[in-house]
Design a protein around this ligand. Structure first.
Ligand code: ADP
Ligand code: MG
Length: 312
């Protein structure tokens, strides 16, 4: 729908701006919010918030039910991206699926970023070579993007490194809010480009650093939830693969005590279509364990990270 936030009854330019600043970029985001949270974040009364949400529900294209055959038809358009490792691709049912979010979580140094680099290189390759013949967006939150590493991996595949680098578009995210805005920006840009892979490395680092203490946990989870849904929408709209990385909590805290549990708890877990736990093994080997999938069994694959990149 072409309706904008300004068209909501009772919402003037000032409130519209406050809504945008609070991260509500369209009617749908408002429609699915709770009055309490909206009132708090936008600093309006709860009854006003209730009215705004009700109007947004009417005006937003909330969508509806689809029959299975239509969903099957759309799923026929799913592309599969190779990881560089046959074993890993098999674990994923033949490569990483588009229209889905794949989450890699693991300790520092477990290979999350290396896998992202390899996926970025592979996505630029033709479909026959396991690629997506597309452009790549990387939202880099930890300043770990290294073009030199992309060059190494491209050369190992006999690709022209410069051509590959030209298809990989990198944006640094300076905080979690910026990170969320970049997904919107990516959405706009994707209409002019053939973006088939969007990487967020790391998904959770800013959120974890910014929202500390019990009091801010609810807000953190709310924003993470919105972020995940924005990503899923990107995946659907552009038939893209979304790869995100996540750390495990290194120090036990009140809410996520298990030191091998990924940050973001259930919110990230439920929104991710596939969850993979990475851990270091002997040599350059890494073990990837598929934890949560709508259609595949829990299983493991061993991959190698070397100078050439990700292989069996
Ligand atoms: P994280 O999970 O923290 O993102 P990384 O993906 O950055 O971890 O993995 C870092 C590891 O990747 C290094 O410890 C090293 O084992 C491996 N690695 C990085 N660059 C190279 C390279 N050029 N050749 C071989 N291995 C590399
Ligand atoms: Mg990393």
């Amino acid at each position: 729908t072409g309706n904008t936030i300004e068209e909501l009854p009772g919402v003037g330019p000032a409130t519209a701006e406050k809504l945008r600043d609070a991260g509500y970029s369209d009617l749908m985001a408002i429609a699915v919010e709770s009055p309490k949270v909206l009132a708090e974040l936008v600093e309006i009364g709860e009854s006003t918030a209730t009215k705004i949400i009700a109007s947004a529900k009417q005006m937003a294209d909330v969508g509806g039910f689809e029959t299975g055959d239509i969903i099957l038809e759309r799923r026929k358009g799913i592309n599969r991206l190779s990881s560089g490792s046959k074993a890993f691709d098999e674990l994923m049912g033949g490569g990483l699926e588009s229209q889905s979010i794949i989450e890699f979580f693991g300790e520092f140094g477990s290979g999350k970023t290396q896998i992202c680099f390899q996926l970025a290189v592979n996505a630029t390759r033709p479909v026959e070579e396991g690629g997506l013949n597309g452009d790549v967006f990387i939202i880099d939150t930890e300043n770990t993007f290294r073009p030199e590493r992309i060059v190494q991996m491209a050369v190992a595949l006999d690709l022209d490194p410069e051509e590959v680098l030209k298809k990989i578009h990198v944006a640094r995210a300076f905080n979690s809010h910026h990170q969320m805005l970049l997904v919107e920006k990516a959405n706009e840009l994707a209409h002019e480009m053939n973006v088939k892979l969007l990487i967020v490395d790391s998904l959770t680092a800013h959120f974890r650093a910014e929202y500390v203490g019990r009091g801010s946990l609810a807000e953190r989870q709310q924003n993470l939830n919105k972020h995940m849904h924005d990503l899923l929408r990107f995946a659907d709209l552009h038939n893209a693969v979304i790869a995100v990385t996540n750390q495990v909590s290194s120090k036990p805290d009140a809410f996520f005590g298990d030191p091998t549990r990924p940050i973001g708890g259930h919110i990230v877990g439920h929104a991710a279509t596939y969850r993979l736990y990475l851990r270091k093994s002997k040599g350059g080997k890494r073990i990837a364990r598929l934890i949560d999938s709508p259609n595949l069994p829990e299983a493991e694959a061993v991959i190698t990270v070397s100078e050439e990149g990700v292989r069996d």
